[in-house]
Design a protein. Structure first.
Length: 302
């Protein structure tokens, strides 16, 4: 099947390679000429612009965009629309906010095009392991894309599926990432407690390996945690700064809108935000409060 791929960062390039290896004809474009050269070297065709990409594809076109959420998605769609024909399909495989996806779907429909939203998980491992894909959109449009989803998935009938209408794919991926926040935080806190019990001299990687087999807490995330502990047991040289992609925030917002309690996901998000507070003003103020009401000593900075 013929597919255009816009956005050839690490994940987009890996997806392109997996599709080429499966025998699909892929035309790739990226703002970086070097990235385009990279996918051409693995058997894809290269494009010099979105207009050139659209020109190289036969109608009905199928164009997958893999760019950061927000303005880059809007800009990419705006650039594509003048070069598309009625019945062409755009697939947004990034981490877009589902409400933005609904707006964009209306924009595309008004021009006679389909928009499929595909929440995609797999990261740097997707090339070898396959991608988990949560797909939203018109049933017929999704069905036409089946060969692409089957090639990208871990197996043709595993790891992907149409979960509902347009917007639902990104919605499910949003909740997926919210759950991921909570799981990561639980592992991090548990291993931190183990590390603090100095008198036992615990080998954290060994503990993780024990848990990998038979334990109810075994998971691929635990496997990756064990790999990290093997490589750097003391986490030396790693700053305690944890970014968030935005999907954890959107999950918390949605839980509030729906009156669904999600304290674990909410607290894990707050912990990530806290990791970026270099000034730690709140802790300084807490220390000053204790000094005011109880005369407790204030520890001075070195």
């Amino acid at each position: 099947m013929e597919l255009g791929m816009v956005g050839l960062g690490k994940m987009g390039a890996n997806m392109t390679e997996r599709l080429v290896l499966a025998g699909h004809d892929v035309v790739g474009f990226d703002l970086s000429p070097e990235s385009v050269e990279g996918v051409v070297a693995i058997g894809a065709r290269g494009a010099t612009s979105v207009a050139d990409l659209a020109k190289q594809l036969r109608a009905p076109r199928h164009i997958w965009i893999m760019v950061p959420h927000g303005k880059p998605v809007d800009a990419t769609i705006e650039a594509l629309l003048p070069h598309l024909d009625a019945g062409d399909t755009i697939i947004d495989g990034g981490n877009s906010y589902f409400k933005d996806t609904l707006r964009r779907a209306e924009q595309c429909a008004a021009a006679g095009h389909n928009l499929i939203d595909c929440g995609t998980s797999g990261g740097i491992w997707g090339l070898a392991e396959g991608y988990s894909m949560m797909v939203g959109g018109n049933e017929d449009a999704v069905e036409r894309m089946r060969p692409i989803f089957e090639a990208l998935a871990p197996a043709p009938d595993e790891g992907w599926g149409r979960v509902g209408p347009t917007g639902s794919g990104h919605y499910v991926k949003m909740i997926h990432n919210g759950i991921e926040y909570g799981l990561m935080q639980a592992y991090a806190e548990g291993f931190a407690i183990l590390e603090a019990k100095k008198e036992f001299g615990l080998d954290l990687a060994q503990v993780g390996r024990i848990w990998q087999t038979g334990s109810v807490v075994r998971s691929w995330l635990l496997d990756l945690t064990v790999d990290a502990l093997d490589e750097n047991p003391g986490m030396d040289g790693i700053a305690p700064y944890v970014p968030d992609s935005g999907e954890g925030r959107w999950t918390v917002f949605e839980s509030i809108d729906l009156n669904v309690a999600a304290p674990i996901i909410g607290l894990s998000l707050m912990r990530r935000i806290r990791s970026r507070d270099e000034v730690e003003y709140s802790d300084r103020l807490l220390s000053a409060m204790r000094n005011q009401f109880g005369g407790h000593a204030i520890k001075q900075e070195a």
